[in-house]
Design a protein. Structure first.
Length: 363
């Protein structure tokens, strides 16, 4: 099992460590998930997300390759901008969701989910072989990644860099230094809060020095480490998809609510014909958010969704919302049941519990 450069720091902080995406990662700290969630919503928290994968794609054919592989229109990118996108198969299924960064002309970085690095790399390389002028360099093992998230994140990080962070727009990034270390400072995240993701290389000592500087800068705001548990509740409240749960090789972007990143007008890409048919004819099912209307059940992944006594779908993500104080979840239901206000039931423990389809984000 792999360890990130911050592993010893997590252990020293009393983190509960679990296996995740081939790494031993912190799921929570002694403060607990609810308090960690609150810290990010109200102050500033730090996530170790070094398990994520980074592929450097360069050459005259870099953009054509990315256009073939992804659903969004990467031709709209300019240096210093990133976009949320998805890799798709010819059948329209989702290989992974990812971020596409344009660092310069013919120079891109793809950031993929940690559990999918090997699968995604093989998929990208298979398609890269069709092009004459493109290189793909997997730098996943060489890049540290910290997410500093929350309303006090900019004030914290600004103390450590000359880059004007207030001027960086959402999905924008700058290449500068922070705490004296060269890095990409990207205004992105998985929490729905203001925040930056920091990509940098170097030894464990370098990584430790960066973390120490960030924690010193954020001390006045009650900065804290945040584990995978709170990362999940934070993203779920905002309705962000989790690969392997809400989106998979068996789901297409339209039914998953990712039509907003699917740019069919850009031309042909993997699965575009199938995806266009789904968009034209309408999906038979949709990913929806729901809120429990019973306090007796916290919805969990794999629970059955019921309507009219019939099993109509499956919960793909579920948890307690610290912000709402009730159970919330995501799941696929027939399109006829997808309108907000529709009452459904969640089956568990030999009975069913009422829930209501609601708009995403939950708050």
């Amino acid at each position: 099992m792999k360890l990130t450069a911050f592993h010893a720091i997590h252990v020293a902080a009393g983190a509960k460590m679990v296996s995740f995406a081939g790494f031993e990662m912190p799921i929570q700290y002694p403060t607990g998930i609810l308090e960690e969630h609150r810290i990010v919503r109200n102050g500033v928290g730090v996530f170790d997300v070094s398990h994520m994968g980074e592929f450097m794609v360069k050459g005259a054919d870099a953009l054509p390759l990315i256009q073939l592989l992804t659903v969004n229109d990467a031709s709209k990118l300019v240096p210093g901008k990133a976009q949320y996108s998805a890799l798709t198969r010819p059948n329209g299924g989702i290989v992974d969701d990812l971020l596409v960064y344009m660092k310069g002309e013919n120079d891109y970085m793809l950031v993929v989910n940690g559990a999918n690095v090997d699968k995604d790399l093989a998929w990208v390389m298979e398609h890269a072989a069709r092009f004459s002028d493109v290189s793909v360099d997997n730098q996943s093992d060489n890049i540290h990644l910290l997410a500093v998230q929350g309303p006090k994140s900019i004030e914290t990080l600004q103390k450590l860099t000359d880059a004007k962070l207030d001027d960086v727009s959402y999905y924008g990034f700058v290449e500068g230094t922070l705490a004296g270390v060269p890095m990409i400072l990207s205004r992105t995240g998985y929490t729905g809060e203001i925040g930056f993701e920091l990509y940098f290389s170097g030894s464990v000592d370098v990584a430790t020095n960066v973390v120490n500087a960030i924690f010193e800068a954020g001390k006045e705001f009650g900065i804290a480490w945040i584990g995978l548990g709170a990362r999940d509740t934070l993203r779920l409240e905002k309705g962000y998809c989790l690969y392997g749960n809400d989106i998979t090789d068996e789901t297409n972007p339209i039914e998953a609510g990712l039509g907003w990143i699917t740019k069919l007008a850009k031309g042909s890409f993997n699965g575009s014909d199938v995806i266009n048919d789904v968009k034209t004819n309408g999906p038979t099912r949709k990913l929806v958010g729901f809120a429990m209307r019973s306090e007796k059940l916290i919805p969990r992944t794999g629970y059955t969704i019921v309507s009219g006594g019939e099993n109509v779908g499956t919960v793909t993500s579920g948890n307690t919302s610290p912000g709402l104080g009730t159970g919330i979840g995501l799941g696929y239901v027939p399109t006829a049941l997808s309108a907000p206000g529709t009452m459904i039931e969640i089956a568990a423990r030999g009975t069913t519990f009422p829930a209501e389809v609601v708009k995403i984000p939950f708050l």
